[in-house]
Ligand binder design. Structure first.
Ligand SMILES: [Fe+2]
Length: 264
């Protein structure tokens, strides 16, 4: 039997990209054949020990060049940015299951599935970039994504509120319009990749909602009030800005009351 937390430790602390993708798929395969154990007596290393590859160079959001989808450089920059989101998403899924112990086995199985899907998304986007003579790491990337993890390293409810139920939920709001743009440009390959990713992301946000409510019940919190309080506490700038994709967010486990609060 191999242990899920050994895989998590390797994926979070080693920088080789191909090794990380291979280990993620291997762990998922072992889970399918019931050869993965969830025994958690290995210590949890501090989040500052997590290591990212040397490339891409990470820049503050305001230093990132502006991009437009109307020229090939803009399309490349857009997919490089998405590759980075997916790459960090692999880390976020592993970190969710690595850092928070003592939950039902299902919690670890769910986030391992997310890690595996994010690794697939990254590989799809990377291959798409390579058809445009670009690799992941050739351009700079946004440094902000991982901050949500470091900010919430000691608070599972804050992590669930900020990562799946805020940052990833934002993808549900913005991706449909981007897919429409690629449809208008006649770029079928980009449309199919982004549609596949969007479908999986709804499931990831839904898992975030499920576990957020589960842990709220466990800790005796009313989940809607707790969500509002955590967003107010952890979201820089007070509250995420809309417009929100109500239809998809409802499927992903948001309540109408939560969406009304976000909108007002
Ligand atoms: Fe993804």
């Amino acid at each position: 039997m191999k242990n899920i937390f050994e895989f998590a430790e390797a994926c979070l602390h080693r920088t080789d990209i191909d090794e990380k993708l291979a280990l993620t798929h291997q762990a998922w395969q072992l889970l399918q054949t019931r050869r993965l154990s969830f025994n958690s007596d290995r210590p949890v290393l501090p989040i500052l020990n997590v290591k990212f590859p040397e490339r891409p160079q990470l820049l503050a959001p305001r230093q990132m060049p502006q991009r437009k989808l109307t020229n090939s450089g803009g399309v490349i920059a857009f997919f490089h940015a998405i590759a980075h989101v997916e790459f960090v998403a692999v880390y976020l899924a592993w970190d969710m299951l690595y850092r928070f112990r003592g939950l039902p086995d299902q919690f670890y199985q769910d986030w391992l599935r997310v890690a595996d899907e994010e690794a697939q998304h990254f590989a799809l986007i990377r291959a798409h970039l390579q058809t445009m003579q670009t690799d992941y790491g050739d351009l700079p990337a946004h440094s902000g994504l991982w901050e949500h993890a470091t900010d919430t390293a000691d608070n599972l409810l804050a992590r669930l509120a900020m990562v799946p139920r805020c940052m990833e939920a934002r993808g549900l709001d913005v991706t449909p319009a981007i897919i429409e743009k690629f449809k208008k440009l006649g770029d079928d390959k980009s449309v199919s990749i982004l549609t596949r990713i969007l479908t999986d992301e709804v499931g990831h946000v839904e898992l975030g909602s499920y576990w957020f409510k589960f842990v709220c019940r466990q800790q005796g919190f009313e989940s809607e009030a707790k969500y509002r309080a955590l967003i107010r506490q952890y979201y820089k700038g007070g509250k995420p800005k809309g417009p929100f994709n109500r239809e998809m967010r409802i499927i992903a486990g948001f309540s109408n009351a939560e969406l009304d609060w976000l909108e007002n």
